[in-house]
Ligand binder design. Structure first.
Ligand SMILES: C[S@@+](CC[C@H](N)C(=O)[O-])C[C@H]1O[C@@H](n2cnc3c(N)ncnc32)[C@H](O)[C@@H]1O
Length: 237
């Protein structure tokens, strides 16, 4: 997905409104003010909601267009916005909670990139702090579940998703938007690593898995049935 494209960034919140995953991450942060790092924060919806609750939030994303949308939201002035990939992000401070949401972890197509992001998390985590992120369960037949999906969205926006390829752990697809004044198409590839694979990478990064949930109500992960693999990790040792 070309998140650098101004119109794609504008459509993002229409196609991805507030949902139960955001409620889940708010509840992980809790009500006691803490410091939160959101890697791949996109249009900053979660960051702004966390800031409204009194948390001290840093939102990091490599796409300037997504950050422009984020900066114009209520409470955005309380958030520190940083234009950077999660792999390259470096700050001289540590956080109580580090999240990567909206399946941004699946944009990381290689072990090297996923490990680099987990190391960023490990390197910026306070002692006693937590890391939380999710990836979709590869045991679900996503090609079948997504098929050729057409969604009629608010504002006359029509989104069409079409699978264009499958390659081992990856699925590629094309997303097209038609809107009252035009149309555009963008391509994406997402990786679907297994729970065991991600756990091995987490261990290599110096983190340790504390919980694995299978849905946004903190239900336990079931290898075949769960759609999500939601990891809560902390510092090893
Ligand atoms: C699906 S959006 C998720 C946005 C937001 N976290 C949410 O839940 O709505 C994926 C985001 O990851 C960002 N992204 C892509 N590559 C990244 C990387 N290497 N490090 C951090 N973020 C990245 C994109 O720019 C995009 O904003």
């Amino acid at each position: 997905m070309d998140y650098q494209h101004a119109q794609i960034a504008e459509f993002y919140d229409i196609a991805n409104p507030w949902a139960e995953d955001a409620d889940f991450y708010l509840s992980v942060a809790g009500l006691r003010p803490c410091s939160v790092l959101d890697l791949g924060c996109g249009t900053g919806t979660l960051c702004c909601a966390l800031a409204e609750l009194g948390h001290r939030v840093t939102g990091v994303d490599p796409a300037a267009a997504m950050l422009t949308v984020a900066r114009n939201k209520p409470h955005a002035e309380r958030v520190e916005w940083v234009e950077s990939s999660a792999q390259r992000y470096k700050a001289p401070r540590r956080f109580d909670l580090i999240v990567m949401t909206g399946h941004a972890f699946q944009i990381l197509l290689t072990d090297a990139d996923a490990l680099a992001v987990l190391k960023t998390m490990r390197g910026h985590l306070k002692q006693g702090g937590r890391v939380a992120f999710e990836t979709r369960n590869p045991r679900v037949d996503w090609v079948d579940a997504w098929g050729e999906r057409v969604r009629m969205l608010p504002g006359g926006l029509i989104e069409t998703l079409e699978i264009t390829g499958e390659d081992g752990e990856s699925i590629s697809f094309r997303t097209s938007y038609r809107f009252p004044t035009g149309a555009l198409t963008t391509s994406s590839t997402l990786r679907f690593p297994s729970r065991e694979h991600v756990e091995a990478l987490i261990a290599r990064s110096g983190l340790v898995v504390r919980d694995v949930f299978g849905d946004w109500n903190s239900g336990s992960f079931e290898a075949v049935r769960s759609r999500e693999i939601i990891f809560i990790a902390q510092m090893a040792g």
